[in-house]
Ligand binder design. Structure first.
Ligand SMILES: Nc1ncnc2c1ncn2[C@@H]1O[C@H](COP(=O)(O)OP(=O)(O)OP(=O)(O)O)[C@@H](O)[C@H]1O
Ligand SMILES: [Mg+2]
Ligand SMILES: [Mg+2]
Length: 306
C-alpha cells in the first residue's frame, strides 16, 4: 500500500513508529504536513495540492491531527474522503471527538457510564448546577483544555462557585463533573484498534495531585482490565465512529465511567508501558480495512448520528 501519514512533524514518536511499522510491513509511507495541503474544493475532480504539486494517489490515510489544527486538518481529511481514499479515522468522527460535551452527550445516549456532568451558561444557574452534580468536591473543566491544564478540583461548594464564576466571566466554555474520588488519582487508557482493546495502561497521578496526565507528572503501568471495562471501551469507540481511539476510563463505585475518547492517541506512553507494537497493529488493521472494496468512491461508510 501507499500510505499518507497526515502529521505536522515526522520526528514525533507516534509518527516515527507508524512510518517504521508501515515500511517494515512492505508499504510505502509518506508524511504529509497537514498545514501544507491546499485544495480547489469546487473542482469536478477533487485533488490535493502540496508544496506546488498535486499529491499522488494513496491507498490509505492515517490522520494524526493535533487539537490545535482540528479545523484545518479535518478539512484536508474530508478532501481525501471526497477522493475516495480510505481514511483510518474519518473527519466527522475526529471533529466529534474534539468537542467534549458533544462526545459525552453521544456516549450517554448510547447508555455508556459517565461521571455526572453538567454545563450551564448563565452565572445565575451556578448554584443549581452545583446541586445537579451532587455538590463538592467536584471537577471543573475547560472544554478546550488538554494535558490536564484547565482541570480544577474544587473541594467546597464555595470554591466551586467562585471558580465557575471566574471561568464564565472569561467567557470560557466549561463543564462541571462529579469527582470520582474512589479512582484515587488513577485513570485507565484503553487503546482500541478496530473492535478490540489491544493495550491498556493505568496512569497514576503524582503524590498530592488528582490529575493522572503524564504531562502532569503521572506514571504509567500495565493493568489488567475487567471484561466490563473492555466492552465499555469498545462501545465508546464505536459510538464515536472511531476505528482507532484512546478511551480514558475511571474506576468508580458504579462501574467504569468514561472521561474522554481521543481520536489521535499518542503511542509513546502505551508502547513503553506495555512493550507492545501498537503501531504494527494499526498498520495491520489498515491493511485489512483498506483492501475491502468500497461501493461508491465518494461515499464514506455510514456514520453514527450526532
Ligand atoms: N470527574 C473526575 N473525577 C476524578 N478525576 C478526574 C475527573 N475528571 C478528570 N480527572 C482527572 O484529571 C485528569 C485530566 O482530565 P481530562 O482528561 O478530562 O482533561 P485533559 O487531560 O486536560 O484533557 P485531554 O486528555 O484531552 O488532554 C484525568 O486524567 C483524571 O486523572
Ligand atoms: Mg485526559
Ligand atoms: Mg483528550
Amino acid at each position: 500500500m501507499h500510505i499518507a501519514l497526515l502529521s505536522r512533524n515526522r520526528n514525533l514518536y507516534s509518527t516515527r513508529r507508524l512510518i517504521e511499522a508501515g515500511e517494515s510491513r512492505g508499504h510505502s509511507v509518506r508524511v504529509v504536513d497537514t498545514l501544507r495541503c491546499y485544495m480547489n474544493i469546487a473542482s469536478h475532480r477533487p485533488s490535493i495540492h502540496y508544496k506546488g504539486q498535486e499529491l499522488e494517489h494513496f491507498d490509505a490515510v492515517i490522520p494524526r491531527i493535533g487539537a490545535s489544527v482540528t479545523f484545518y486538518g479535518c478539512a484536508v481529511l474530508r478532501q481525501f474522503e471526497m477522493m475516495g481514499t480510505y481514511v483510518l479515522n474519518d473527519s466527522v468522527a475526529i471533529t466529534r471527538s474534539r468537542d467534549k460535551l458533544r462526545s459525552l452527550q453521544l456516549l450517554s445516549r448510547k447508555g455508556l457510564g459517565l461521571p455526572i456532568t453538567g454545563f450551564a451558561h448563565s452565572p445565575d444557574d451556578i448554584p443549581d448546577l452545583i446541586t445537579m452534580v451532587k455538590g463538592a468536591p467536584l471537577v471543573i473543566k475547560l472544554l478546550e483544555g488538554t494535558q490536564g491544564i484547565g482541570v480544577v478540583l474544587a473541594e467546597t461548594n464555595q470554591a466551586a462557585e467562585s471558580v465557575i464564576q471566574a471561568f464564565m466571566g472569561m467567557k470560557a466554555n466549561i463543564m462541571v463533573q462529579e469527582y470520582i474520588k474512589e479512582a484515587k488519582g488513577a485513570d485507565i487508557r484503553c487503546l482500541v484498534v478496530g473492535d478490540k482493546v489491544v493495550a491498556s495502561m493505568k496512569r497514576q497521578a503524582a503524590e498530592g495531585e488528582f490529575r493522572s496526565n503524564l504531562h502532569r507528572g503521572g506514571s504509567a503501568s500495565v493493568i489488567r482490565i475487567t471484561p466490563e471495562e473492555r466492552s465499555t471501551a469498545i462501545r465508546a469507540a464505536k459510538a464515536m465512529g472511531l476505528r482507532v481511539a484512546g478511551v480514558d476510563l475511571l474506576r468508580s463505585n458504579h462501574g467504569p465511567v468514561i472521561m474522554e475518547v481521543n481520536s489521535s492517541p499518542g503511542l509513546q506512553g502505551i508502547e513503553t508501558a506495555t512493550g507492545k507494537d501498537i503501531a504494527g497493529l494499526i498498520i495491520e488493521h489498515l491493511e485489512k480495512q483498506a483492501s475491502i472494496p468500497r461501493k461508491a468512491p465518494n461515499k464514506a461508510p455510514p456514520k453514527p448520528k450526532g
